[in-house]
Design a protein around this ligand. Structure first.
Ligand code: GDP
Length: 197
């Protein structure tokens, strides 16, 4: 898919103030610092579409970007904030959970995982919750340029085997790197195929 246009549409703190449209949405989520802004910028070829926040967890809003006029990319606040107070964090988890569970135009959720790490509790907890609700999702292992392909493969395999304890069907897996552009074509092709369904 060629990205002809990518425009910031709006930010919303909760699903109640999200745009009322029928555009299909593809959302991105992951712990802070996983490389979500970098991946969104890579996919859209816009260097600062998703601004990397200075303070981890500062981006608390759900951000909507209209792509090519026919779909919407949604940047969800990261989970696992280090510097956000308890109250904000609770609010956010509820807003994000509501978006994922109830947003009827949500087509697919990409869950970003740092490919350098063995399965982390916070990601597994999130995936465990995700497996209990009716949402199509896949995993994107980020920053693959930072480690050997062996390490990436071994972490992916470890993830798959760990997920088997709470998931019957293994989700689709992508690998990405914002420096080598790995994964860009695969993710955009996947979105294109979903749009054509
Ligand atoms: P976010 O908090 O999830 O939006 O993460 P960012 O996109 O801001 O990335 C966090 C840090 O990791 C930044 O310093 C990025 O430059 C770096 N980073 C993100 N993706 C990659 C990648 O694929 N390769 C490398 N080498 N660094 C990355």
């Amino acid at each position: 898919m060629k990205i002809k246009s990518a425009e910031f549409e709006t930010s919303a703190p909760t699903i109640a103030s999200a745009p009322r449209w029928t555009l299909p949405e593809f959302a991105f989520i992951g712990r802070s610092n996983v490389g979500k802004s970098s991946l969104i910028n890579l996919l859209t070829e816009r260097n600062a579409l998703a601004k990397a926040s200075v303070t981890p967890g500062k981006t608390k809003l759900i951000n909507f970007f209209r792509i090519n006029t026919n779909w919407c990319l949604v940047d969800l606040p990261g989970y696992g904030y280090a510097k956000v107070n308890r109250e904000d964090r609770a609010d956010f988890n509820v807003a994000v959970a509501n978006y994922i569970e109830k947003r009827d135009v949500l087509v697919h959720l990409f869950v970003l995982i740092d490919s350098r790490l063995t399965p982390q509790k916070i990601d597994l907890e999130f995936l465990n919750w995700l497996s209990t609700i009716d949402v199509a999702f896949s995993l994107v292992f980020t920053k693959t340029d930072k480690v050997s392909m062996n390490a990436v493969e071994s972490n992916v395999a470890l993830f798959k085997s760990t997920m088997k304890s709470f998931m019957t069907v293994s989700p689709k897996i992508f690998t990405s790197s914002s420096t080598t552009k790995r994964g860009r074509k695969e993710i955009l092709d996947f979105i294109e195929a979903e749009l054509a369904r």
